[in-house]
Design a protein around this ligand. Structure first.
Ligand code: PRP
Length: 216
């Protein structure tokens, strides 16, 4: 079970040895974009198991080769919502384990000077409001992008939203907690702090740039 924190009741951190092992590889400066992508994908796959634990199921009849028995089926659709660009890096890993999920994209970038979120794109399944939404973004820094994504989903009627990230800064977790206390945040690490440039420390650099090889 992920670790819970008294000061952040909305946060769940994965203390699983495999997640922590892989996170350390992701953090390392020398990890290539190819390995970085693969590792994020693998961590996302490990995380979705817990993230989906609360999802409701309903009873269904299943015909085995021998008899009819009662089985369970997820009762509501699930939509993954990667925040472009970096969120794409954790989406395939979730889809591999959970191919029934749909994917809605949201484009938000953080302005480099003001650190404020700039919205540029959204496309969701028409019935996204009827199910669970999982916002995916490896980095939760100031929380501006996450809160903007969650707000956007709420504006189209979504009510059951969770957030999955790799590294979270206390500032970002607090902001999500204040603006969206109903949203659980799942992370592989609660990092120490944001620095003067609003970078997560110790962090792992800019995930989007590392995934797509656009580091300058
Ligand atoms: C990064 C990251 C988050 C956001 C986090 O994206 O992937 O979306 O910044 O910062 P915040 O919590 O302070 O809003 P970026 O703007 O670098 O875009 P990218 O994914 O296209 O690289």
């Amino acid at each position: 079970m992920p670790t819970e924190f008294e000061r952040f009741p909305n946060l769940r951190v994965f203390d699983h040895p495999l997640v922590q092992h892989k996170l350390s590889i992701a953090r390392a400066r020398g990890t290539t974009p190819a390995d970085f992508r693969r590792i994020l994908d693998e961590i996302a796959g490990l995380m979705v198991y817990e993230v989906s634990r609360r999802f409701d199921t309903r009873a269904i009849a299943v015909e085995t080769p021998l008899e009819t028995t009662e089985g369970r089926q997820l009762s509501r659709p699930v939509t993954l919502v990667p925040v472009l660009r970096a969120g794409l890096s954790m989406t395939d890993g979730v889809l591999r384990l959970f191919p029934e999920a749909r994917v809605g994209h949201i484009g938000i970038r953080r302005d480099e000077a003001t650190h404020r979120p700039v919205f540029y794109y959204a496309k969701f399944p028409h019935d996204v409001r009827d199910g669970y939404s999982i916002v995916i973004d490896p980095m939760l820094a100031t929380g501006g992008s996450a809160c903007a994504a969650i707000r956007h989903l709420k504006e189209v009627g979504c009510r059951d939203i969770q957030m999955v990230c790799l590294v979270a800064a206390p500032e970002g977790v607090r902001r999500v907690q204040e603006e969206h206390p109903d949203v659980l945040v799942f992370a592989a690490s609660l990092d120490r702090e944001l620095d003067a440039n609003a970078f997560i420390r110790p962090g792992l650099g800019d995930a989007g740039d590392r995934v797509f090889g656009t580091v300058e």
